[in-house]
Design a protein around this ligand. Sequence first.
Ligand code: HEC
Length: 160
Amino acid sequence: MPDSDPDPRPSAATLPAAGFLLLALLLLGGWWYARTQQAGALEEALQPWADTSLPEPGAQVDTALASLGAQVFRQKCTACHALTAEDQVGPNLTGVTRRRTAAWLQSMILAPDSMTRDDPDAQALKAHYGVQMMVPGGIDTLQTRAVLEFLRRVDAGAPD
Ligand code: HEC
């Protein structure tokens, strides 16, 4: 056999590298699975509100729905919004349910790009913040309803 034949045995460096890759894949898989489970559990918990329409102005806050909305807020909104006095990438959302109607908020959260196109208030926000609002991974009507209830609870002065 000529010396130049490649050695079929794995070199000393290959094994740890393969082990590391396997470990990384396992961790990634675990993380992804946990995320899917978490999202599934939230969707299931929201089902009792599946037919809920928008709240009338001044209607009592549904605290159970608001708690689920707090989870949605943490997952999908805190990258850009805070509930403190300071603006982040987007505006501070404290008091927003007093400034805007529920229908306006629902449209803004569900379809911010069409709002920027068609609504003068949304256009003014875009001009001020210089960034187009978008929710990474998207958000559905039920999650939007829940996050709206959470914002209503914040504005009613209840703890998060
Ligand atoms: C990638 C950043 C980003 C994420 C994530 C994001 N927003 Fe926004 N949001 C913005 C920006 C920037 C504005 C203002 C400019 C605009 O309207 O495009 C805004 C505006 C708003 C407004 C209007 C505020 C006002 O003063 O009238 C509301 C309400 C809002 N966002 C709610 C949410 C909610 C609820 C979520 C989570 C489901 C969310 N946003 C996720 C960036 C974001």
